[in-house]
Design a protein around this ligand. Structure first.
Ligand code: FAD
Length: 459
């Protein structure tokens, strides 16, 4: 497959979500030669994900559309590489070489750039529970993506469970699209928000959005159950029942609180895991965020520890579209050597305190590991059960997610630990009494590729 190389761009942005769009807009505005690469066909990332055929984004499913349009106009002067996935980044000379593939024939293209802004976003964080591998048990983000991009309502009778405000977004979207949402089961009480009144007041603009979801759920008679979790999914070939239970103060299921409901879709969301592959591949330093996720460490200007690499959005901490856009604007402005608008820093600070409040109000339930039975699959790709993983710890001496992987293959399959990495790391930490180890190792290859592309290499 032909590989072409461009004259180095001043700034190349990976990702066209809120963070990447804002970075590109800021960089173009300051007069730089800018490229944007995104695996998606249309710009917008997860927050502004749209149907390919739609003339305009569906107003009900999308928020802050005025910001989206403003960013698109401001970033229009960039060169756009849509539908292209960055699989590795090298630095053979003084500039970076960004290696991409596109389409089923994996057409290759290498782009050169002096500076990079990485804004690859996040993916759904998942916790294993009995039956979670049944068809019809999906991540809340996956259900939302199907609805936004394809207009597909993934089930008729749906239970939404997990923790965080995103559950309300998903449940409201499904109810409006015609699904019968039998309940939203939020693991936390919601009172955690009361500990952060300032964060809420500084972000009062979010209230109308939250009230809108509450009104939609009330109109469709969707009950919200607090301190309630999904315990198991049941079914033969697909999920047909879900067991839920109420939590006590210690995060354990209350006696006699379990009940089983008929469903054909279980949408489960436990927050998001930052997408770190490209940053780790470049050697960027990381840190552990308030929600326990490993994230890229950046300074006040969104610079990573690697010279010439800025990182913005969920890759440096999960906090929503407004935070991502503010970080992107700062990264884009600083990467071109221009002044960083003070307004962007203020928006980042406000959205940042809200993100911390959100993580504190919606932690994972304390005893979730205690509900993972021995026969629960942890690694779905390699079909490793919790019992086998525990055997790696108890009998074979594994003391980290990494050593467990070498012994029983958790995280060695197609997803390379994106699905099971976080849970494996928490389970091993629980059983060994050690701190959770990083769920993702540093690798030169960010996405699954055919051997053909690998054989040609990133020359
Ligand atoms: C599945 C899912 C659904 C979500 N839905 C919503 C929602 O409906 N409402 C809401 O408020 N929040 C939603 N979120 C949270 C949302 O991600 C953030 O609030 C916001 O979109 C983050 O912006 P971002 O720019 O950091 O990342 P994103 O919006 O995720 O954008 C990242 C972009 O980077 C691109 N990318 C990643 N890796 C590569 C690569 N190797 N090569 C090329 N391109 C790459 C992706 O295609 C994507 O377009 C969702 C999250 C997920 C994971």
């Amino acid at each position: 497959m032909a590989t072409s190389r461009s004259e180095p761009y001043d700034v190349l942005v990976v990702g066209a979500g809120p963070a990447g769009l804002a970075a590109a807009a800021a960089a173009v505005t300051s007069g730089a030669r800018v490229a944007v690469v995104d695996a998606g066909e249309r710009p917008g990332g997860q927050f502004w994900r749209q149907r390919r055929t739609a003339v305009a984004p569906d107003q009900h499913l999308h928020h802050q559309l005025a910001s989206y349009r403003r960013l698109l106009v401001a970033a229009a002067g960039a060169d756009w590489y849509s539908g292209r996935t960055v699989w590795t980044i090298t630095r053979p000379r003084r500039h970076f070489e960004v290696h991409t593939v596109s389409g089923p024939d994996e057409a290759r293209l290498t782009l050169a750039a002096h500076r990079l802004v990485l804004a690859p976003g996040a993916y759904d964080r998942q916790l294993p529970f009995p039956g979670w591998d049944l068809p019809g048990v999906m991540t809340a983000g996956g259900v939302q993506a199907l609805l936004k991009q394809h207009g597909v309502v993934a089930g008729r009778r749906v239970l939404v469970a997990g923790t965080g405000p995103f559950l309300l977004t998903v449940a409201a979207g499904l109810a409006e699209a015609g699904a019968r949402v039998v309940g939203v089961h939020e693991a936390n009480a919601g009172t955690g928000w009361l500990r952060s009144p300032r964060a809420v007041l500084r972000n009062a603009a979010k209230l109308p959005e939250a009230l809108g979801y509450a009104a939609t759920l009330a109109r469709h008679r969707v009950p919200l159950h607090r301190r309630s979790v999904v315990v198991a999914a049941h079914g033969e070939d697909a999920v047909s029942w879900a067991t839920v239970g109420r939590l006590d103060r210690d995060g354990r299921i209350r006696a006699r609180s379990e009940r089983t409901l008929p469903v054909d879709l279980l949408a489960v969301g436990w927050g998001f895991s930052p997408q770190l592959e490209l940053a780790l591949g470049l050697g960027c330093a990381t840190r552990v965020d308030v929600d326990g996720s490993m994230v890229v460490a950046v300074d006040d200007d969104q610079r990573s520890s690697v010279a010439g690499v800025w990182v913005a959005g969920e890759a440096c901490g999960v906090g929503g579209a407004a935070l991502a856009a503010a970080e992107g604007e700062i990264a884009g402005a600083d990467a071109t050597g221009g002044p960083v608008p003070a307004k962007a820093r203020r928006r980042r600070a406000s959205a940042g305190v809200f993100a911390v409040a959100m993580h504190r109000a919606h932690p994972l339930p304390e005893d979730w590991t205690g509900r993972v039975t021995d026969d629960t699959l942890v690694c779905r790709c390699e079909e490793v059960t919790a019992g086998e993983l525990r055997g790696a710890v108890d009998d074979l001496g594994a003391d980290s997610a990494r050593s467990a992987k070498l012994l029983v293959r958790t995280g060695m399959g197609w997803c390379q630990g994106r699905v099971c990495g976080f849970a494996t790391s928490c389970l091993v930490a629980e059983w060994t009494g050690r701190r959770p180890s990083p769920p993702l190792p540093e690798r030169p290859i960010a996405v699954p590729l055919t051997l053909g592309v690998l054989a040609e290499g990133a020359d």
